[in-house]
Design a protein. Structure first.
Length: 355
């Protein structure tokens, strides 16, 4: 099937991440200069995340042409412990980098139950990495492969910069979406209008801050806040006053406490006070617990691995906020070294209500 392009006034509605998925999309690491001496370790962490997610739902791993066999072998390396797991399918498409949350399509469901992919523009987080032309085309190629209709948007937007409840509410950060390296010719009102049209949201809550040290994405929301249920949001709230985001995250909290969702409900806020640090290739990194992926019946969480007490405490907080889901930690310090986490390297493919 070939994807068709439409410019409907309203695309549909982006479902919440806890809605049922057909599969999880990932992209195999392909930019060695980003990872440097940690390139092979990055591949091992991507494979570990894919295997963890496959316990809950199928995974489609996109590899650059000629790299499919490598990705397939790495993801199958855990076959002995993957009995009963869902398949990990590897397909080959041209890519520049491996952060599909940001370069891939964002999916919405139409009123009649169909699925469409919104193809926002991508400029490598404000032209930080060259080239990015293949990643800017990835959404279109992938939608063609999936056979899903494509809705084009000329706005630059990454999936990690937003979180939605599927009921009309979107949370983002001013730090990222209003950064001049994304859409300098668009006003805040114009950005809001495009989000409403393409993702079907009705209310947008602007948090002032992403992470101070998140210079790679300019403060994506998936490092600091995430919807985990209707009117329920988990937020990063470091306990240590010396943490660079101590005051900034409390400013975010104040905004949420003064806001309501699209249905007029006050937010139930669940604080994740734990933070953890590690070192990769001599570089200190902070592993963000909020950069998790909600799978069918599960939650795959990045952990540091070097501080098990902090990891266990954060997993317990998330488990309490996600009743009925199995919460699994995967050590991913190298993902943090590369500038992201589990959420950044995944994108949910929601299940359509009809074929």
């Amino acid at each position: 099937m070939t994807a068709t392009t439409t410019r409907a006034a309203r695309t549909g509605r982006m479902p919440a991440e806890w809605a049922e998925h057909e599969a999880c999309l990932m992209v195999w690491p392909t930019r060695p200069e980003l990872w440097g001496p940690a390139f092979e370790a990055a591949k091992r962490e991507y494979a570990a995340v894919a295997r963890a997610i496959s316990a809950f739902e199928p995974v489609v791993m996109i590899a650059a042409p000629g790299r499919g066999d490598e990705a397939r072998a790495a993801c199958d390396a855990g076959d002995a412990v993957r009995e009963g797991a869902h398949p990990i399918e590897v397909i080959e498409l041209p890519v520049d980098d491996s952060w599909v949350r940001d370069s891939g399509p964002i999916f919405a469901l139409t009123p009649d139950g169909g699925r469409v992919g919104v193809d926002f523009r991508f400029n490598a987080w404000g032209e930080k990495h060259h080239p990015w032309s293949a990643d800017d085309k990835l959404a279109s190629l992938l939608l063609d492969r999936l056979g899903d209709p494509r809705v084009h948007s000329s706005m630059i937007l990454e999936g990690g910069s937003l979180t939605v409840d599927g009921e009309g509410t979107l949370i983002t950060t001013e730090q990222c979406l209003l950064h001049p390296n994304r859409n300098p010719r668009m006003s805040r009102a114009e950005i809001e209008d495009e989000l409403r049209r393409r993702l079907g949201v009705e209310k947008i809550v602007w948090l002032p801050y992403g992470g101070l040290e998140d210079t790679e994405t300019d403060g994506h929301v998936d490092g600091v806040a995430a919807f985990v249920g209707p009117a329920r949001v988990v937020v990063s709230l470091p306990e240590d006053p010396a943490h660079p985001d101590y005051a900034r995250m409390r400013a975010n909290l104040a905004v949420l406490e003064a806001s309501t969702d699209a249905r007029g409900r006050a937010f139930e806020v669940v604080a994740v006070p734990q933070t953890t640090h590690g070192e990769v290739a001599g570089v200190p990194v902070e592993v963000g617990y909020l950069n998790f992926y909600l799978a069918n019946g599960g939650c795959v969480v990045p952990v540091g691995g070097d501080h098990p007490e902090s990891d266990a405490a954060a997993l317990a907080v998330l488990a309490s906020a996600l009743p009925g889901r199995k919460v699994v930690g995967v050590p991913t310090p190298v993902l943090a070294y590369g500038g992201g986490g589990v959420h950044c390297i995944t994108q949910q493919l929601p299940k359509a209500a009809r074929a």
